[in-house]
Design a protein around this ligand. Structure first.
Ligand SMILES: NC(=O)C1=CN([C@@H]2O[C@H](COP(=O)(O)OP(=O)(O)OC[C@H]3O[C@@H](n4cnc5c(N)ncnc54)[C@H](O)[C@@H]3O)[C@@H](O)[C@H]2O)C=CC1
Ligand SMILES: O=C(CO)COP(=O)(O)O
Length: 325
């Protein structure tokens, strides 16, 4: 099985290394010529994943046409760019494994739904879970959800991508797997705010639990399954991303909690904090689905410049409610 990877950021590079470690030849498409030079010349992505030696069976290219004839394509461009890269890539009926976490602005579509429009003949799978790229690339133990409706393809992909330290758990629930990954980025910003504003560990635990309730309400309304949301791609990833400044979303929240503006924090950023793009789309999608998402609304208010104290007070002073309502 020859694997193509679309996107030479930290995660695309780490996944290229996963596939190479599994013994598969890999072509890695990156839009930056300097990334291609670094991977081909030094077996390292010095721009997005510095310090991690890469397998010499990974060949990088700036030319999307070089992805023709592969057996599966891992799609690891940021969510807002997936439509454009798929439109330009030679996809045809090659299976796509979607690895970006987000919801497309404007259309409010999950990445899998975008891919179905952009590449209607391609079978779709989703790979998602608690996976900091540096740890995966370094070979630290990691487990992911590999969701695909086609049982045979799911089993084939799960088996070929797995390795001694990379466990793939199959699921037929593509929507549920995607929603966990998209929503947790927004909730991670909220947890970062708690850290940055010094609101304490009780507040962070409460936010993870209430945030998860919010993710579940939205996920069920969009057709995801509860078991997926409590799994690796939902609760698992939420816990990881809400616990560490290794998360770009959590770090963005820390800055907001310290009183910095989103514009200041996002200016000249080379790496992506998907939650900043997902938050407004998620708020709109939740309103459309009639789902109450107070933490998501609070994150949007903070991204739009609201004062941290006022937003926290507003969250805490909402009418009391039943926990399971
Ligand atoms: N870094 C991580 O630990 C993980 C990231 N992800 C997800 O993977 C996706 C990609 O993130 P990373 O690899 O971390 O990116 P990154 O933050 O390391 O790098 C930014 C990436 O965005 C690409 N980019 C910027 N503008 C673009 C455009 N106009 N068209 C196409 N690509 C463009 C850059 O080429 C680069 O590959 C995101 O959806 C992220 O949520 C998922 C799991 C883990
Ligand atoms: O998705 C991730 C871990 O599973 C990476 O999180 P960040 O994008 O917040 O760094």
């Amino acid at each position: 099985m020859r694997i193509g990877v679309i996107g030479g950021g930290a995660w695309g590079t780490a996944l290229a290394q996963v596939a190479a470690r599994a013994g598969l030849p890999v072509t890695l498409w990156a839009r930056e010529p300097e990334v291609v030079e670094s991977v081909n010349g030094f077996h390292e992505n010095r721009h997005f994943l510095a310090g991690v030696p890469l397998s010499d069976s990974i060949r990088a290219t700036v030319d999307l046409a070089d992805l023709a004839g592969h057996d599966a394509l891992l799609v690891v461009a940021p969510a807002q760019h997936v439509r454009a890269v798929l439109a330009a890539a030679p996809v045809g009926c090659t299976p796509l494994v979607l690895c970006a976490k987000g919801i497309e602005a404007g259309t409010r579509l999950l990445v899998g739904e975008v891919a179905r429009q952009a590449a209607p003949e391609a079978p779709i799978a989703v790979l998602s879970g608690p996976t900091f790229a540096h740890e995966v690339a370094a070979g630290k133990p990691t487990a992911v959800t590999l969701a695909c409706e086609d049982e045979d393809l799911r089993a084939r992909l799960a088996e070929r991508l797995a390795g001694p330290a990379f466990r793939t758990y199959g699921s037929a629930d593509v929507t549920g797997a995607e929603i966990g990954g998209a929503v947790k980025n927004v909730l991670a910003i909220a947890c970062g705010v708690v850290e940055g504003a010094g609101l304490g560990l009780n507040a962070r635990a409460a936010l993870i639990a209430r945030g998860f309730a919010e993710m579940t309400r939205f996920g069920l309304a969009r057709g995801g399954q509860a078991e997926t949301l409590t799994g690796l791609s939902g609760l698992g990833d939420l816990v990881l991303t809400c616990s560490s400044t290794n998360s770009r979303n959590f770090s963005l929240g820390v800055g907001l909690g310290q009183g910095k503006s989103a514009a200041e924090l996002l200016a000249d950023r080379k790496t992506v904090a998907e939650g900043a793009f997902t938050a407004p789309v998620l708020r709109a999608a939740a309103a459309e689905a009639g789902v109450d998402m107070p933490v998501t609304q609070a994150v949007n208010a903070l991204l739009e410049g609201a004062d941290v104290r006022g937003v926290v007070e507003a969250l805490l002073s909402r009418p009391l409610r039943e926990e399971q309502a």
